[in-house]
Design a protein around this ligand. Structure first.
Ligand SMILES: Nc1ncnc2c1ncn2[C@@H]1O[C@H](COP(=O)(O)OP(=O)(O)OP(=O)(O)O)[C@@H](O)[C@H]1O
Ligand SMILES: [Mg+2]
Length: 258
């Protein structure tokens, strides 16, 4: 132990390492020009920026879902746990511990809340007892989902659907959750509740989060570090607490009305 702690361990702690990626849609539209970022083991990192800055595209490039939108990563690399993952299919990456919760709470609206959760759990094909234990664990994190377990997901509130999308992702046993705009369109109290759960999941289960958000103040209050994107490039990065002190950021990156 003593010997190990004297070695430089920074690289080992780097769970995700994105370096100089360029992402193009349909071979023509440059969405991400040059983005480098890292997420440490068990860290919450925010990816901030206005509409069209490239946040969702960066997440898709990491999770392997870019291909489904005819986007290709033309430059740079993406490493997870020290291994190159660019070009790896999304379902294989989920097995390795990266899960992407898409923008807009895409739950299966015609299935019940519990059926939606089970769709996440089946990735690792757990035995029935283990499956029930995992479901109970999710219901402990999200008691609202337990109350609605037999309700069709399409009939639950926006906040419940966001919790469901996160709960389903957690059932894949991730080490890194790519979470796209969890606050979008939700009332402030629900958003606070969701962010409190994210922070607890991070502290108690050690799950790392890369959180794409337009809401900078909210994200800086919950993340340890943040990157601001502007037109597909990292315009600013730093510790969340330092960035949160800067009054000018809303004007510069999110428009004065934000
Ligand atoms: N499927 C697509 N096909 C073509 N261009 C796209 C596609 N998705 C996004 N883009 C373009 O890529 C750029 C980055 O979009 P992206 O969705 O990554 O931004 P964002 O930061 O997530 O924005 P928002 O806050 O609105 O979600 C934009 O110019 C957008 O128009
Ligand atoms: Mg987006």
């Amino acid at each position: 132990m003593t010997l190990q702690s004297e070695l430089p361990v920074v690289a080992d702690r780097r769970l995700l390492d994105v370096s100089g990626i360029e992402v193009v849609y349909g071979g023509a539209i440059l969405a991400v020009a040059d983005v480098s970022l890292t997420v440490g083991q068990g860290e919450i990192v925010a990816l901030l920026g206005a509409n069209g800055a490239g946040k969702s595209t960066v997440l898709k490039a990491i999770s392997g879902l870019a291909a489904a939108d005819r986007a290709t990563v033309r430059q740079g690399h993406v490493r997870f746990d020290g291994q190159d993952i660019l070009g790896t299919a999304a379902n294989r990456l989920t097995k390795r511990g990266i899960v992407h919760v898409l923008e807009g709470r895409r739950v299966f609206s015609h299935l019940t809340v519990e059926e939606n959760l089970l769709s996440g759990a089946f990735l690792h094909k757990p035995a029935r007892g283990e499956l029930l234990r995992q479901l109970d664990d999710i219901y402990a994190w999200f008691p609202r989902l337990k109350d609605k377990r037999r309700t069709l997901a399409g009939l639950t509130s926006g906040g419940e659907q966001q919790m469901l999308a996160i709960g389903r992702a957690l059932l894949t046993q991730p080490r890194l959750v790519l979470l796209d705009e969890p606050s979008m369109g939700l009332a402030p109290t629900i958003v606070q509740e969701i962010f409190r759960i994210i922070v607890r999941l991070n502290r108690e289960k050690g799950v790392a989060f890369l959180l794409a958000e337009q809401n900078a103040a909210l994200s800086l209050a919950h993340a340890s570090r943040a990157y601001f994107l502007e037109s597909g490039r990292v315009a600013l990065e730093g510790k969340a607490e330092d960035l949160a002190q800067r009054d000018d950021l809303h004007h510069i990156y999110l428009g004065s009305g934000a």
